[in-house]
Design a protein around this ligand. Structure first.
Ligand SMILES: CC(C)(COP(=O)(O)OP(=O)(O)OC[C@H]1O[C@@H](n2cnc3c(N)ncnc32)[C@H](O)[C@@H]1OP(=O)(O)O)[C@@H](O)C(=O)NCCC(=O)NCCS
Length: 158
């Protein structure tokens, strides 16, 4: 831990507001773009990345804030006993600093609180190791867009 990090402002996690939809969508796009995907793919995926006001209202969406800046967001949906992470996005400048872990923990708490027994994640291939580190196990793959792209599916028992 560097001296700079030790004196960092604390990380606050709070529910997202519908009025933040545009800013949170932009954060999701910047976060996804961090893996180096071309603009054409980011455009293809835009509707999947969008955190709309409806989604913020209907699902459980939380943001992480540090020194008044939004540094990450997580969205969880629950259907019966199954919860799914619909998105977990950390601002590129804040990556590697524990924000993802804090938001994942929030997703687990949220899913448990809503009665889910299993948390499902269909991950970006670059993020799979993060979810494995968080204790999830790989259960298979899911076809995605564009044709031929395959995503790892992971699960955590709650
Ligand atoms: C994946 C992501 C959420 C991780 O968030 P983060 O804030 O950088 O992760 P943290 O700093 O909380 O890391 C927690 C642990 O996971 C590990 N980890 C994080 N990302 C990792 C990666 N890509 N590969 C391997 N390990 C990783 C860290 O080393 C750390 O391990 P430690 O506890 O041993 O120190 C973040 O990189 C991100 O938003 N990526 C782009 C968007 C994306 O793909 N999101 C997921 C969509 S499914």
């Amino acid at each position: 831990v560097s001296a700079g990090r030790r004196f960092q402002d604390p990380l606050i996690v709070r529910p997202a507001r519908a009025s933040e939809a545009r800013d949170l969508t932009a954060l999701a796009v910047r976060s996804k773009a961090h893996w180096g995907y071309p603009e054409t793919l980011l455009a293809l995926w835009h509707s999947d990345l969008a955190l709309t006001a409806e989604l913020i209202t209907e699902e459980s969406v939380h943001v992480a804030e540090r020194a008044g800046e939004t540094v990450g967001v997580v969205a969880v949906s629950v259907d019966g006993g199954i919860a799914e992470i619909e998105g977990l996005w950390v601002e590129p400048s804040a990556m590697g600093d524990g924000v993802g872990r804090v938001l994942f923990t929030k997703a687990v708490e949220t899913a448990r609180g809503l009665g889910a027994r299993t948390l499902v994640i269909v991950a970006d291939p670059n993020a799979e190791k993060f979810y494995l580190r968080m204790g999830a196990r790989r259960t298979g793959t899911v076809s995605s867009r564009p044709a031929g792209r395959v995503l790892p599916r992971l699960e955590l028992s709650l």
